[in-house]
Every structure is written in structure tokens, then in C-alpha cells.
Design a protein. Sequence first.
Length: 256
Amino acid sequence: MRIASWNVNSIRARAERVVAWLERTDVDVLLLQETKTKDEAFPHLPFEAAGYEVAHHGVNQWNGVGICSRVGLDAVERSFEGQPQWKEHVEARAIGATCAGIRLWSVYVPNGRTLEDPHYAYKLEWLDALRGAATTWAAGGTPVGLLGDWNVAPQDEDVWDIEVFDGATHVSTAERQAFAAFASAGYREVTREHIAQAYTYWDYQRLRFPKNEGMRIDFAWASVPLADRVRVVTIDRDERKGKGPSDHVPVVLEVE
DNA sequence: ATGGTTGCATCGCAA
């Protein structure tokens, strides 16, 4: 089966493109991030017409996560145990469901903005809380996948010029440690196991894509029983091309 | 000339 993850940067702006890609790529489960819509405005019709059930969690114009599946969609959760709040609310940054026996979470890690911004401390807290919850999920031997936009570039080669990122978020030691901690929680980051170097995101600004000035910030942490079943990983760079692309491209796992 | 965007609850904010 094929499991994909994609920060679509507004599902309403891109529903037709996403569904066309789903059908063309023969994907069974798609985890969405940054849908940028409330639940009631999610464009369900094209997904249902293509044979996918959808579970979505969005409360305003920011964030928003979803799971689309044609192989079952059970036990949906719209936050995880201990998920930190931003101010008074838990944001729509995580949704979990069981699809074909695999526990899948679509995650949209907070951006962090700058090292001094309160959003940066929130980001670190958020990653640590997810790791804590994920430790429990993986402990029983259940196949678990945490896929999404992690907003962390774990290695220097995951950005086009590490010197440009001096003092910036996404590459700080604390963020990288918070990301790497999932390895001690019973998970393996399977995209790098199959693809040594690739970008998953190119900013709309400053001709980043034509100049191939990208970042690798979309990843898939798989609990060991799931990681052992991953045969092929694809990062679909061509989806950054053409009319009306997201600034991120899909990551696809072929799972035995 | 050293910039050049996109999406939204759109004229301000977030990425």
C-alpha cells in the first residue's frame, strides 16, 4: 500500500490538484497538513468522488490537518495526549487514525518563527510532548507512522546554504535534538533511509524553486515494525511545478 | 535593479 504526506498550503486552493495527484499516484492514504480551513469548508466532494474517506481537523484559517483513506479510517483522534496549547487553545496540528491496521498521525509542527519568539519555545515543547505520546504508541509493537511537516532541517545538507541559516530556526541544535529524540522512542526516520538527499519545500519567495534553494523538512518517523515494511520512498519534486503548486511536495511510502 | 509569493477570516498576518 502507498501512504503519503503533503503540506498542501490550503486544501481549498488545491483540492482538484491534490485529488488528481492521488488518483495518478495510486495512493491509499494521504496525510494532509496546512489545510487552512475550518472543518465545514473542507472540500469533501472531490475526495469522496475519488473513493476516499476524509477526517479533518481545522478550526480557523491557520494550520489544519487531515487524513484521506480508501483503506479504512478508524479511531480518529484530533489531538494527542499532552499536546501543548498556544495561549488558550490546542491548535489543529495533529490528527490520528487507524488505516489498514497502521496507526497514522498527520503532524504539522509549529514553525518557531525566530529563536527569540515565544513560538520557538512552543515548538520545542510541542515536539517533546509528541515524542512522549509517541513513545507510548510504539511501545506495544503497534505499527505507527508520524508523517508531516516537521519544520526542522536535521542536517546541514537539508538546506541549500547552511550559512544563510546562521541564527535561524529549523537548524538549531535544540530543534535537531528534539527531532532526533524520536529515534530513542522506538522510531526510524524512513525517508532518509531510502533517499539520501532531497528537498521537500521551496519558498514561494525569491525564486527559490527555479534556483533549487530548498529545504528538507517533511519526514516520516515509523515505529520499527512499520519501518521494516517500507520498501520504497518517493519525494515527488515535480509537484512543485506547474500551475498553482503548494510550496511543499508530497512524500510517499510504499509499505509491504 | 541584487528584487522577483501565496493564501486567508485579505489592506495585515503567517509561512
